[in-house]
Design a protein around this ligand. Structure first.
Ligand SMILES: [Zn+2]
Length: 240
């Protein structure tokens, strides 16, 4: 579970409500449009300044800070202009801001910020029963260039969403991967080494001089080959 710090936003930045699971249907992804700000910076700022905007969560590469409770309505994707999404509004959504960085004129996210935002998003999807298609960009609601890195790169947004489908399981360790590769490559080099189910067949073939192995007598039999030999033997191909 993501560790979340909390600092209540200024009361002029959001609307108090009593929303529950039946009211929250969308997760809206934003960026802070800053260069190297932190989640805590944002929580502090929205607590201090009355600016009539807000978001529920701020994510950076180290932390998540919550500024507005899920039950309350944050002002993050409203517009006096045109809505491009038929349903998603402040009242039925949760806003998640990713802290950004800037390279020249181009905004980007640190990989760890993206991973942390994905973990938080997955948890909120599970908590409120929100399907993947209801995780949207601010852009999808109002056509604002937000979050710029996911608006300017459609593939980055696709990758972000694909990451939400993955279960939160640790990757396999190097040793586990090695073990799997070794087991698929495993070969049997002597009659005594082959498994019991294949032993009579291998004994027969070596007795008849049909199975000789390499110059050192190593048989180098894969499991797959053993199966083929045993099937042939059962079919009577190798005689008695
Ligand atoms: Zn936004």
């Amino acid at each position: 579970m993501t560790n979340i710090a909390f600092k209540q936003a200024h009361s002029g930045n959001y609307r108090r409500a009593a929303r529950g699971k039946e009211d929250i249907h969308y997760l809206v992804i934003h960026f802070t449009a800053n260069d190297g700000d932190t989640a805590k910076n944002n929580a502090d700022y929205f607590a201090r300044a009355e600016i009539s905007t807000s978001a529920h969560y701020f994510v950076d590469e180290n932390e998540v800070w919550q500024s507005v409770r899920d039950a309350d309505i944050a002002w993050h994707c409203g517009t006096r202009g045109v809505y491009f999404h038929p349903y998603c509004r402040n009242a039925n959504s949760i806003g998640i801001e990713l802290c950004s960085r800037k390279n020249g004129e181009k905004f980007y996210f640190m990989p760890e910020t993206v991973r942390r935002a994905q973990a938080l998003t997955r948890e909120l999807m599970a908590k409120y029963g929100i399907p993947l298609e209801n995780v949207v960009r601010h852009y999808d609601v109002t056509h604002k260039n937000c979050p710029a890195p996911f608006v300017e790169s459609a593939s980055a947004w696709t990758a972000f969403k694909q990451g939400l489908q993955k279960k939160e399981e640790p990757d396999m360790t190097e040793a586990e991967v090695k073990k799997i590769i070794e087991s698929t490559r495993r070969t049997y080099n002597s009659v005594s080494a082959v498994p019991a189910w294949a032993k009579p067949t291998v004994e027969k073939l070596t007795r008849k001089g049909w199975l000789l192995g390499d110059e050192h007598g190593k048989l180098d039999l894969t499991e797959e080959l053993l199966r083929t030999l045993v099937i042939n033997d059962r079919a009577g191909i190798y005689g008695e």
